[in-house]
Design a protein around this ligand. Structure first.
Ligand SMILES: NC(=O)C1=CN([C@@H]2O[C@H](COP(=O)(O)OP(=O)(O)OC[C@H]3O[C@@H](n4cnc5c(N)ncnc54)[C@H](O)[C@@H]3O)[C@@H](O)[C@H]2O)C=CC1
Ligand SMILES: CC(=O)C(=O)O
Length: 352
């Protein structure tokens, strides 16, 4: 007997044995109409797509998980490898295809397909190669799931989130990029390590570009509810501005270092994106630094630009942007980061 990818139990000769194994209970209540069936599609079954897929499975975030890629052998291999873990995981139907029809009715589409950085290469350098792919990826996703939320991960993530927004024709609340959710986790890890506390007790945001021009919001960092910089100042404890700059530089250098050591980054982005998927699909209304349409927030003007700001996420996608107090210097750095992205974006002619 084998279990088909559609989930039915087939005996020899294709005989459907489901009815023989189970006597239906006629009085059993039908499935609750309030329990939604949740479907997530992941485009790109590479290092990042598979790290996201496996985290989604272990965290029980979807009833149905779909993988899409251009490489059918890799795709089927990955699908089978995950399906073979069924006995150890919450029940999730796993499908894979090169045909986007399989994504129909997805609640969330996560795009990880595309070129990744070579040793020392910047994220922005990937732009032309990945825009060409997005022209093939976004239209069929939209066709089969017109009500979906698009979560972009491929780099350069901020510009590609803008491209996905344009190509989809969706309202901006339904298109976001994973942005600096990952950078902020790296930041929290480094601060926690420095202070020997738990990273989950550190509230700290990196905003702006997911890349070299990102901005660390030092003025709003708190640990266990204690605002760190004002605490040090009140206690007259001296700290070096250079130490802060070094921690931010370590965040910016993180991806370059991991890529130089193992060739790509995957586990942290897997957890980061699964964390976003949970907030969206379970309507958690949590605040995450993610790439959103930033025009008009924090003095960002001069064009339609996506970059990371602390945003509240729920079933409707991006519900709002929180109004954290920024120092003049932080606000200026954020505007500079927006300018960096806009300069790159201005080289694109999407013709949309
Ligand atoms: N935003 C973030 O924080 C992060 C973003 N990334 C980015 O994620 C992307 C993927 O990285 P990896 O998974 O390491 O690369 P990878 O090379 O392992 O996987 C890319 C996958 O995309 C597939 N692909 C190529 N063209 C496609 C198309 N037209 N349709 C569907 N699939 C297609 C390839 O067959 C491959 O399986 C890169 O752009 C990378 O820079 C990586 C880590 C973190
Ligand atoms: C590759 C990448 O964008 C990252 O790990 O931050």
């Amino acid at each position: 007997m084998h279990k088909s990818s559609s989930g039915s139990s087939l005996g020899p000769g294709g005989l459907d044995l489901t009815q023989s194994f189970f006597k239906p209970i006629s009085s059993a209540a039908p499935p609750s109409p309030t329990k939604r069936h949740t479907k997530i599609s992941v485009v790109g079954a590479g290092n990042v797509g598979m790290a996201i897929a496996q985290t989604i499975l272990t965290q029980d975030l979807a009833d149905e998980l779909v993988l899409i890629d251009v490489n059918p052998d890799k795709l089927r291999g990955e699908m089978l490898d995950l399906q073979h873990a069924a006995a150890f995981l919450p029940r999730t139907k796993i499908l894979a295809s090169v045909d986007y029809a399989v994504t129909v009715g997805s609640d969330l589409c996560i795009v990880t397909a595309g070129a990744r950085q070579n040793l020392g290469e910047s994220r922005l350098n990937l732009l032309q190669r990945n825009v060409a792919l997005f022209r093939k990826i976004i239209p069929p996703l939209v066709k089969f799931s017109p009500d979906t939320i698009l979560l972009i991960v491929s780099n350069p993530v901020d510009v590609l989130t803008h491209v996905a927004w344009k190509l989809s024709g969706f309202p901006s609340n339904r298109v976001l990029g994973s942005g600096t959710n990952l950078d902020s986790s790296r930041f929290r890890f480094l601060i926690a390590d420095h202070l020997d506390v738990n990273a989950q007790d550190v509230q700290a945001y990196i905003v702006g570009e997911h890349g070299d021009s990102s901005v660390a919001l030092w003025s709003s960092i708190s640990v266990g509810g204690v605002p760190v910089l004002s605490f040090l100042e009140k206690q007259e404890i001296a700290y070096e501005k250079e130490t802060l700059e070094e921690i931010h530089k370590a965040v910016v250098d993180s991806a370059y270092e991991v890529i130089s050591l193992k060739g790509y980054t995957s586990w942290a982005i897997g957890y980061s994106v699964a964390n976003l998927a949970r907030s969206i699909l379970r309507d958690q209304r949590k605040i995450h630094p993610v790439s959103v349409l930033a025009k008009g927030f924090y003095g960002v003007e001069g064009g339609e630009v996506f970059l990371s700001l602390p945003a509240q996420l729920g079933r409707g996608g991006v519900l709002g942007v929180t109004n954290i107090h920024l120092t003049d210097e932080e606000e200026q750095r954020l505007r500079d980061s927006a300018r960096t992205i806009l300069d790159v974006q201005s080289q694109l002619n999407l013709g949309i």
